[in-house]
Every structure is written in structure tokens, then in C-alpha cells.
Design a protein around this ligand. Sequence first.
Ligand code: SF4
Length: 381
Amino acid sequence: MFFRERVEPVEVYLLRPDAYIVWHDPVVRERLSWYYSVMIDEKPAKFMIAKRIESPINPYNEKHSWDELWSIHAKLAEEFAKTWRMIRDDELKLKELPKPKYSFLDLKIVLSRKLMDPCRLCEWKCRVHRLEGRYGICMVDREAIVHSYFHHMGEEAPLVPSGTIFYGGCNFRCAYCQNWEISQTNARYGKRMNPEKLARIQEYLRKTGARNINHVGGEPTPHIPFIIESMKYLEVNVPQLWNSNMYMTHEALHVLKDLIDIWLPDFKYGNNDCAWRYSKVRNYYEIVTRNLKIAYSSGDIIIRHLVLPGHVECCTRRVLEWIAKNTPNALVNIMDQYRPEHLVLKYPDRFPEINRRLYRKEILEAYRIADELGLVYKPVS
Ligand code: SF4
């Protein structure tokens, strides 16, 4: 078994002083203002607000059609957005809202379960019946698979210690994946968990010092229904962080987006050829840019870009230019830690062009492009 249950209370002042210094940066404070207010427990996380928005129907009743559920979801999403703005602007307190019998969150639980069977949670649209125990490309079936959870000290400074949950399985097949054991080869050998247990883990991480709950993998997208349901049982206030390749369908993203306080998406490639060669996914650029725009408009965001050897022009430049044009207020983490891993190491003849670390001039060029475009990356890179 590859399950690792490790929670280490940490003295963050000693280990990562930048985790505190970063909040003195006025740009970081402004761009991550919602996340910050939930992190310090000044505001309720979005999932807690979603629980107070009343659903006019019992969404668990099978008599409601898919179209009917979606149309109610659209109306409640507007109500949620209005309520969230009032809470953000101190015009309303969460405790002033009664607890309804069925909530916006209940509706999302039902919609996300339906998206799982037949599965079209991500753009592979495998359409397998996961509730019957079948699985598609991602290798996740009807239960959450968790490989480990702990306070992660290696994330971006505003996020640490990050209460990170590593889910098994992934819808990408990245040749250089650093988590290839849990995302690919041993994806299905983690610990099976129901939503109540997932909620208990989140509570434990928060109560022992986590600034957020970081859903990552592998890839969290195949786990969306389990994660959303876990929020029903979660009673502690904690920012929800989505750490993802952003290859989910439009529908899955719409169910998820009202519940996420801070987005931590990867934007890996500037074109579809590189995405196919290294991650074996189609239409990458169109899908991920579509989803990044939605995430950007719905909350605080730090976009990650891992610079690949020899890909500064075709990927890094295009990615950074797209960010500057479409999501200019996003914080950006330009990552320089690429190292050959997984298939790149195993089959060096198949990927010779990325079978090396970055040259110094490549990362300096990435920073130069970001500076030229006016992107904010230094506090989080
Ligand atoms: S989440 Fe998994 S099963 Fe569902 S469509 Fe994506 S890869 Fe296929």
C-alpha cells in the first residue's frame, strides 16, 4: 500500500518566514484579498455560504430532470453571487442566514454525481458508469482515492502551511510527471475514503495549522463529486484551494466554481502539439484557456507555469502573453524546478529534447518576458 498518513504540526515562522513577509506586499494582499479574509477566519469560506442558500426543491428526489436541476442551479448561482458579495462587503453576516433543509450545496452534490455517471467530469468524456465501479482514463471509480495528506511547506508563500490532500489518478499522462506513482502507475492503490472521512481530514489539517485545504493529485477533477460532498460534513471554516490541470468540462467547472476560494491552476503549454506530445491530451489550449477565464472571474488565483527545456518560445512566451491579455491581475508562479522524471528518464530516446534541466538563460528569459508584460510573479515564484 502506498497510503501515507503524515501530519506534522510545524513551526512556520522558522521554516518559511516568507509565508508571513509575503502578506506585507500590497499587491498580494489586494489580489488574494478574499482568500486572506477566509484564511484568517474573518469571512466564511464559499462552501459555507453555499450551504445557506436555500434550494426550492429536494434535489435528491429522482423525479427532477437534468434540465430542471440546471435551471435551478443557474438561479441559485445568481443568489449565491449576490449573497457572497454582501458578505464580502460586510453588509451581511453568515449567522444571519438560516440553515435551509436543502441547499445550493445539496444541488451541487446531485449535479456532480450525475456528471460522474456516465462520466463527463473532464474533457475526455469517457462516459463510463463510475457508480457501477467502472473507470476511464483517470482510473478513479466510485470512491475517492487518497494517497497522503499533510501540511505542505513547499507551496507558494501565501499558501503554506497548505493542508494538502493528494488524490490518486489523473486524466493527463505527462511524460515528465513528478507524481507519476500516484497519478499513473499506482493510482488505484491509495486509501479509499468516503466524503465524511474526507471532511474529517480537512478538519484535522485546519485545526493543526493549515491555511487552506489544497485539493491536488494526481488530479482532483475526477474526485469533484466526493470533494463537494465532503463539504456537507465539513464544519470548520477553511479556504478551499483547487490545484489542477483545469481540463474539466464546462459543466463540472460550473458546479465547482462557487465553492473555491482560491485557484491554483497549471497552465503548461502554449499550443496543442506540445500538450499532445508530453501529456497525451487533445484541444488542450482551447479547453484550459476557456476554464482559466472562468476561474479568474470567480475568485483569487495564482497561475503556475513550469518552464520546460527548449519550450520558452512555443510555450512559456505564449502562456505568459495569454495571461497578460486575459487574466492580467492573476499572480503567476513561473516555476524553474523542471527535472527529467518518469518516462523521460525511462525512455531517454523518446524525449531527448526535455531530458535535461533548464539552462539558466532559459529561466532568465522567462522572467524577462514576464517583466516585459508587467506580470506579478516574484512574490510567489
Ligand atoms: S474524470 Fe476520468 S472517467 Fe471521467 S471523463 Fe475524465 S478521465 Fe474519463
